[in-house]
Design a binder for this molecule. Structure first.
Ligand SMILES: [Zn+2]
Length: 311
């Protein structure tokens, strides 16, 4: 099994408690990877900014998380390496290492300064979500549905596209997504969002947004958070719910854009696949229902192709 995961909060979480990837507390760890049966592994590590961070405090929080990311690379050069170009993914995974991708969760990390975008891109930040749940200098998140993209937000999107940082629409409110769709030029993605038709949550994507992502050849990472997987009785969410979301996406022609966005170490997820050593459970369930070819696309190939095309 190969695994490409578009979103986790592991590094930010480890930074706050002063632990490294060699511990076994987090959902992602070297020990769990060893027993996972994963043969090639690319992981996006989000530098996550809670909505309490803005301005200089947001810059400092991002820097602390980034330093922790760099520290993991320095401590474990034989286990992981940072992805800077699309071609790096095959080279790093073939060397038996984790292909580690630096991403940012919340454009608050730009602190309202356009020049921060190129600065972060030069550090290898390949994806950035424009908000978390609240509004940022860029626009409104799901908790502020009345706020679209600001004028700074429109400039920020153009600058991200100029420097080659892909826009992640996960967490944006619909009004801001609508504004974004009017101005974007390049492929974009939703790193950890599901289908609103299957589970009615503001964090999930409407059919229209799914179709826009299909059209631009972006990516949709399935989020394992129980409240985004299943309505009514989320406590019983499991592999069948992931498959329902995938089947809905397939009906919308999304075969080549479906991926995974676990939200590990940032969300309450089903116990049966709550860490990377249990991904075989999800893989087997998907393979049984959807077949090997589609399962491999979802678990790895679609994201690998996107990164090869765009970075
Ligand atoms: Zn998130």
């Amino acid at each position: 099994m190969k695994l490409f995961d578009l979103h986790c909060d592991t590094i930010t979480g480890l930074e706050t408690v002063g632990l490294h990837l060699d511990n076994d507390v987090a959902a992602i760890s070297f020990k769990k990877l060893e027993k996972s049966g994963i043969s090639a592994y690319a992981q996006c590590f989000a530098m996550f900014l809670d909505d309490k961070y803005r301005g200089q405090a947001a810059i400092e929080k991002w820097d602390r998380a980034y330093k922790w990311f760099l520290k993991q690379l320095a401590l474990y050069p034989n286990q992981m390496e940072q992805v800077l170009t699309g071609a790096d993914i095959d080279r790093i995974t073939e060397a038996g290492k984790i292909a580690a991708i630096l991403t940012t969760e919340s454009g608050a990390a730009f602190a309202g300064q356009l020049e921060r975008i190129e600065e972060l891109r030069k550090k290898g930040c390949l994806l950035t979500s424009l908000t978390w749940n609240g509004d940022t200098e860029i626009g409104g998140g799901v908790y502020t549905p009345e706020i679209g993209l600001t004028s700074f937000g429109k400039e920020a999107v153009a600058e991200m596209e100029r420097v080659g940082m892909v826009v992640d629409i996960s967490h944006l409110c619909d009004k801001a997504v609508d504004d974004f769709l009017k101005i974007h030029q390049k492929p974009f993605l939703a790193s950890h969002s599901n289908c609103r038709t299957v589970c009615n949550a503001a964090r999930n994507l409407t059919n229209e947004y799914i179709q826009e992502i299909v059209h631009c050849k972006g990516l949709i990472g399935i989020n394992y958070l129980i409240y985004f997987l299943r309505e009514g009785d989320p406590e019983n969410a499991g592999t069948s719910d992931v498959i329902h979301h995938i089947e809905h996406l397939l009906k919308l022609g999304a075969e080549n854009v479906i991926a995974l966005g676990s939200d590990f170490d940032g969300a309450k997820v089903p116990v049966e696949f709550d860490s990377i050593d249990k991904m075989g459970t999800l893989y087997t369930a998907c393979e049984k229902t959807l077949g090997t070819e589609i399962t491999e696309k979802i678990f790895y190939e679609n994201a690998r192709e996107f990164f090869r095309r765009n970075f």
